[in-house]
Design a protein around this ligand. Structure first.
Ligand SMILES: C[S@@+](CC[C@H](N)C(=O)[O-])C[C@H]1O[C@@H](n2cnc3c(N)ncnc32)[C@H](O)[C@@H]1O
Length: 280
């Protein structure tokens, strides 16, 4: 085992220094993730089914004056929200970088005879039609794991593809007590598990960048050949004021917040999460 390399990979990196690996498209991990998304009773990958239903109904309720909607679901995963929207007769485009999730979503929509358009693509690169959507959603605090340049690129794209008067709804993690939101160092040795099909040692830790309101959740995965794969999640925390400033830079208007959509729970739930509704 390359101990010196492991020690160096475990030191606090410069803000936004990239890891070596991307979780969502890894062939083995994305299969594990799909099963996790589809587990209706846990808040991992996707929220619990009961929370998804409540959130999706609230989202549609905010739009009930508008009739049939053209909805874009960014990072749609296996289509858990998209199907609730489709069931109510709305027209859905779902975009996700995970081939497994999109294949599942396509098959499920076909079986249920939903008229949905699922696209397996990176939402930071996709070329979508301008002024097309009544509603864009980005759910499960996904905006907050983008580094600022990616976040700006995505917000610019969302603004462009919304119709005038269209709505963007998303959630972010709240900056309240950020010091207490880091995770302790943990390790896992496994013959086969979430990170790899073959034996691995996983060293997980987190680092706080207090001034920037960022926590890096980092996982160093060491395989049998001693190779290290580093997964980094640069996770941003926001106040309502931070969200306003970010949206106003991109010309969004009419910004509203809700902190009571999710049930109480861990740091990804309850009033640790700010839902935002804004318009073009
Ligand atoms: C936390 S999951 C949330 C999935 C879904 N929104 C939900 O709540 O059920 C994040 C999703 O975003 C997708 N994703 C991550 N980065 C992406 C990117 N750059 N482009 C498209 N999809 C991405 C992942 O594959 C994953 O399905």
């Amino acid at each position: 085992m390359k101990i010196i390399e492991i020690i160096s990979q475990s030191e606090k990196p410069e803000l936004y220094e990239k890891g070596t690996s991307f979780m969502w498209t890894d062939e083995h991990i994305s299969k594990q993730l799909l099963n996790i998304h589809l587990n209706a009773d846990i808040d991992l990958g996707s929220r619990k089914k009961s929370t998804i239903v409540k959130t999706a109904n609230w989202i549609l309720d905010t739009q009930k004056e508008k009739g049939k909607l053209n909805i874009l679901d960014l990072g749609c995963g296996p289509g858990l929200y998209a199907e609730i929207f489709a069931e109510k007769g709305h027209c859905i485009t779902g975009v996700d970088i995970s081939k497994n999730s999109i294949e599942y979503a396509k098959k499920s929509a076909k079986d249920k005879k939903f008229d949905t358009n699922y696209v397996n693509s990176n939402y930071l690169e996709i070329n979508l039609e301008s002024d097309k959507y009544d509603l864009v959603v980005l759910i499960y605090t996904d905006l907050g794991v983008l580094i600022p340049s990616e976040r700006d690129k995505l917000l610019k794209m969302i603004y462009r593809v919304l119709k005038k008067g269209g709505t963007f709804i998303f959630d972010v993690l709240k900056d309240k007590d950020i010091e207490n939101k880091t995770s302790p160092k943990t390790w896992e040795a496994n013959n086969s598990g979430f990170w790899k099909e073959s034996p691995y040692l996983a060293l997980s830790e987190s680092f706080l960048y207090k001034e920037e309101k960022v926590i890096l959740f980092q996982h160093n995965i060491i395989g049998t050949a001693g190779n290290i794969e580093t997964y980094r999640f640069w996770t941003h925390f926001f106040s309502q004021n931070d969200v306003c400033k970010m949206l106003e830079t991109h010309n969004f208007i009419d910004i509203h917040f809700r902190e009571d959509i999710l049930p109480k729970g861990d740091m990804w739930n309850g009033d640790n999460v700010i839902f935002t509704m804004t318009s073009k």
